[in-house]
Design a protein around this ligand. Structure first.
Ligand SMILES: C[S@@+](CC[C@H](N)C(=O)[O-])C[C@H]1O[C@@H](n2cnc3c(N)ncnc32)[C@H](O)[C@@H]1O
Length: 530
């Protein structure tokens, strides 16, 4: 991993640029010790000459998402461009510069523009232009060589302690058109300039976010390059419901009322027929007598059965109780581990209380996870710092819950099939509840969620995703929970199969845009999905 630079957290008197005033970061350079970034300021109307100004990364601490966007594009372009020394051997004309000078969106578009230098409008000296002085008493004045800032098409002001830019076109203000940025000199300087300060600040900001996520610590490790997962990702403890999505309110959810917190061993929710939360749990056919078997078959065939009829059947409890093998307590029992049956947990309205053994996933993650950069081109991955036992709960998948229509819209708007890896339909009960397609909700975990967003696919996975409901009367909103499907040594990457097994068996032909699978498993199906 590249050496990290320790930076002071805040410079005295440093002023900041606010995120919502900035359109994009267009270029970078190094001045003294500081990496600096060229800011394109937002304007009320589209223009080819918006205010542009260079700022040290310390002034951009409130815009680190934008700095990170720029760094990512820059890294991609640098990977694609020939090394600098091959360029220096033979000087190329601006029009034959490598791709680095031809990025797109938003800084890419600027890099893509032709690299002609404007003959008359260019700043006389890009390295020594100071802020134009003004009669405005709020205007920032540049007093030392270290604070020299280049500004084009405008002037910088100070507003409530933050730096802002205003368009201005007086003759002493250097002019620069967007399409001319970066100039060949800028592009060359950008390639050479270190971006270490920015990388360090981006990483520190991400670590701060991770430290605020409830539950056991989440670590971040990158021994591959200097990147950090996107700062645009928001960690959320619960689903965020978007327009058109409704769930049964938590207060209104029905709890078990005949159980009690002190039923004692062998008579807790898991041992009694009293627990109403287990109404739809898997029937334990090995404990059914003939009449119960008949009833069970009828309910299975017709899908119909009264609550009392369902409750009269012996059920399979999802979790090993304490007092079984120590390592297994709280782990999924083999029946659920190997089936697709939904798991029904007790909830806050149950009489069994908080220590009920039928509560697990709802308490959230209790294992220490590590987000790490994979060395095999699969981006970031997830692993656990401790050994996990077969059937042990890892974490839930969180995100925005959106309507089916919105999910279709987001998928169509996405630029690649990557989007599909973040969308999970909550369709477990679609058939049994006869819900039409358009009523099915979808979880989108691309922009917000938990660390499980980083779980990669494997054709021979060590985890599996299960349906967990605490509210048997809400077939549309439930949890997607990951459990270890075998013992997993500490530090082994956690993976699951992005395709359900039955779907996987059906793969016939590969469609355009399918993502090649790099899981490395012996029985790899070669594609993430088809
Ligand atoms: C839900 S994300 C997993 C986290 C992701 N690696 C990241 O860095 O954000 C799914 C994406 O990871 C990548 N990915 C996951 N498993 C993969 C695999 N087995 N082979 C190749 N790419 C994989 C694909 O780009 C996929 O669209």
């Amino acid at each position: 991993m590249p050496a990290m630079v320790v930076l002071p957290s805040c410079r005295p008197l440093a002023r900041r640029v606010l995120f919502d005033k900035v359109h994009a970061i267009l270029c970078n350079r190094i001045t003294g010790e500081d990496d600096e970034y060229l800011v394109q300021w937002k304007t009320s109307a589209p223009t080819q000459t918006p205010p542009l100004s260079w700022h040290s990364v310390f002034e951009l601490q409130r815009c680190l998402e934008l700095v990170q966007d720029y760094l990512e594009e820059r890294a991609t372009l640098l990977r694609a461009a020939p090394p600098l020394n091959s360029l220096s051997k033979k000087r190329k004309s601006p029009d034959s510069e490598p791709n680095f000078e031809r990025q797109s969106s938003p800084s890419k578009q600027n890099f893509q523009a032709s690299c002609r230098i404007p003959s008359t409008e260019r700043s006389p000296s890009v390295s020594s232009v100071s802020l134009p002085t003004s009669t405005n008493r709020n205007r920032l004045t540049v007093t030392s060589a270290a604070a020299v800032v280049d500004v084009y098409n405008g002037v910088l002001d100070s507003e409530n302690g933050f730096i802002v830019a205003r368009s201005e076109s007086s003759p002493d203000i250097p002019r620069m058109r967007l399409q001319d940025i970066p100039t060949p000199e800028m592009a060359q300087a950008a390639r050479r300039a270190k971006t270490t300060n920015a990388e360090t600040l981006v990483r520190a900001a991400y670590l701060r976010r991770l430290s605020r996520v409830p539950g056991k610590k989440i670590h971040l490790v990158n021994t591959v390059d200097s990147s950090t997962p996107s700062l645009r990702y928001r960690y959320i403890p619960e689903y965020v419901l978007r327009e058109g999505v409704f769930r049964v309110s938590l207060e209104a959810q029905e709890g078990c009322d005949k159980c009690s917190p002190h039923m004692g061993r062998d008579i807790g929710c898991e041992y009694t027929k009293k627990c109403r939360c287990l109404e739809y749990a898997a029937v334990d056919v090995s404990r059914c007598d003939d009449d119960q078997m008949k009833l069970h078959r009828r309910i299975e065939e017709t899908g119909e059965g009264t609550t009392e009829e369902r409750l009269s059947l012996p059920k399979r409890f999802p979790y090993y109780a304490e007092g079984t093998k120590r390592a297994r307590a709280g782990c999924l029992v083999p029946f659920y581990l190997n089936s697709r049956h939904a798991i029904y947990e007790c909830n806050d309205n149950c009489k069994c209380g908080p220590t009920c053994r039928n509560k697990n996933v709802q308490f959230g993650r209790v294992v220490e996870l590590e987000i790490f950069k994979t060395a095999s081109g699969r981006g970031w991955g997830l692993r656990c710092r401790q050994k996990l036992y077969e059937g042990q709960f890892v974490d839930t998948y969180r995100g925005e819950i959106i309507t089916d229509e919105e999910a279709t819209r987001r998928e169509a708007a996405a630029s690649s099939r990557d989007k599909a890896s973040y969308l999970y339909s909550l369709d477990k009960f679609q058939e049994s509840e006869q819900l039409p397609d358009e009523e099915i909700y979808v979880v989108d975990g691309e922009f917000m969620g938990g660390p499980s967003k980083f779980m990669n696919h494997s054709c021979e996975p060590n985890c599996r995703q299960y349906t967990v409901s605490y509210n048997k009367h809400d077939p549309k909103v439930y949890d997607l929970a990951f459990f270890a499907c075998r013992d997993i040594p500490a530090g082994e990457e956690l993976t699951f199969d992005y395709l359900d097994k039955e779907e996987a068996d059906d793969i016939v032909e590969v469609s355009e845009g399918a993502i090649p699978c790099l899981c490395g498993a012996e029985k790899c199906r070669k594609w993430l999905w088809t």
